[in-house]
Design a protein around this ligand. Structure first.
Ligand code: FMN
Length: 349
């Protein structure tokens, strides 16, 4: 009962903020832009921190123990937050609500502004709330990010945290990895790496997927430098043949995991939005409409020798169970958490 109540309140407050901000933007002739709403949500969450122990107690999901071991990593349960967020308060809140682990937002070597706004919008696909984003990996860069994580409350939860690495070429990936590795080499916290080769919103965010030989070179080098689990995040836009080929290459190395997958690229016009809704005219679509393809990929990768995480459209207990039954070891969520973080205790129950 409490979980549903919290969920309704969360969605209600979010809608009120949305109406106020969108109306204000309309008055000053500015286009809709969901990013402002997400940011105001972060501020509200911070203000609500004193109430977290009560919320955690009433959600009563931290005692759900459905542990998943991936090599030397122990996820408290199969639910994880996918790489999409870097706000420490929000990620801590996901842990408070019982999530099993998760991956910090993708970083590149240097700080980046990302693409011009607007670059995040809500859109209904088959009557289901979904998101389209062309953020373009904005972030503070690897050095500031790892220092922030190491100094943060996230470590107190002792649940695996992925460090997602993006790049426009293989040297970018190597450099960012080395920055992270220098800081965590001797650290015993359960960090793992995630190599994002499926970003549709940067110039060359899929360069390693397009060049499997170079992917193998990068993985070989990273593998020689770390004993931590390395996950590789694939795109649902790749053909089944390409996915199988990449999965074969990835699974040749030790302690690898495959994350299937990322957003799917769509033009605004294909999903009923004006071409100006996203500054680049299109971006990565996420949410429930991805789910059939996610399930198809999990089934496709069933015989691959390494663990697979299912990401894309997970939004209910049924979608989690379907992926686990199809052979996934973990599931990743982004859009469902943006819409309502209380989905975590709801699914865990
Ligand atoms: C706002 C937003 C930002 C995202 N940023 C990243 C990112 O930095 N790195 C990444 O690998 N995936 C990123 N993603 C993709 C998600 O991690 C996830 O793979 C995708 O949204 C599909 O899952 P979903 O349907 O549960 O949202 C982002 C998604 C959204 C909606």
């Amino acid at each position: 009962m409490w979980i549903n109540l919290f969920g309704y309140c969360y969605k209600g407050i979010r809608n009120v903020i949305k109406i106020v901000i969108f109306t204000a933007r309309k008055i000053v002739l500015k286009p809709k832009d969901l990013e402002g709403i997400v940011k105001s949500g972060h501020i509200l969450l911070k203000l609500s921190k004193p109430a977290w122990p009560v919320i955690r107690h009433l959600s009563n999901s931290n005692n759900v123990n459905n542990q998943v071991d991936i090599y030397n990593l122990t996820f408290k349960n199969p639910l994880t937050f996918s790489a999409y967020e870097s706000n420490i308060d929000l990620l801590s809140f996901f842990f408070e609500l019982g999530i099993g682990g998760g991956c910090y937002k993708t970083m590149m070597t240097h700080p980046r502004m990302g693409n011009p706004r607007p670059r995040l919008q809500e859109v209904m696909i088959n009557n289901q709330p979904s998101l389209i984003n062309a953020l373009g990996l904005p972030g503070k860069g690897a050095e500031v990010t790892i220092k922030t994580i190491l100094a943060s409350s996230l470590l107190a939860y002792q649940r695996p945290i992925g460090l997602s690495i993006g790049g426009d070429n293989s040297d970018d990936y190597r450099r960012t990895f080395m920055i992270y590795e220098t800081h965590i080499k001797t650290n015993t916290f359960p960090f793992y790496y995630e190599i994002n080769i499926s970003c549709p919103n940067t110039e060359s965010g899929q360069c390693l997927a397009d060049n499997p030989e170079e992917l193998a070179n990068v993985l070989r080098e990273l593998r020689s430098k770390t004993k931590r689990v390395i996950s590789v995040k694939l795109s649902p836009d790749q053909t089944n043949e390409d996915l199988l080929n990449l999965a074969d290459i990835i699974s040749q190395f030790d302690m690898m995991m495959i994350n299937a997958g990322n957003t799917t690229y769509r033009l605004c016009s294909e999903i009923g939005l004006s071409s100006k809704a996203i500054s680049k005219g299109g971006g990565g679509l996420s949410g429930p409409s991805l789910f059939p393809r996610t399930l198809e990929i999990i089934r496709l990768l069933n015989n691959i020798k390494c663990p697979v995480m299912a990401t894309g459209g997970i939004h209910s207990e049924a979608s989690v169970n379907a992926c686990l039954e199809a052979g996934a070891s973990l599931v990743g969520m982004a859009t469902a958490l943006v819409m309502n973080p209380f989905i975590i205790p709801k699914i865990l129950k």
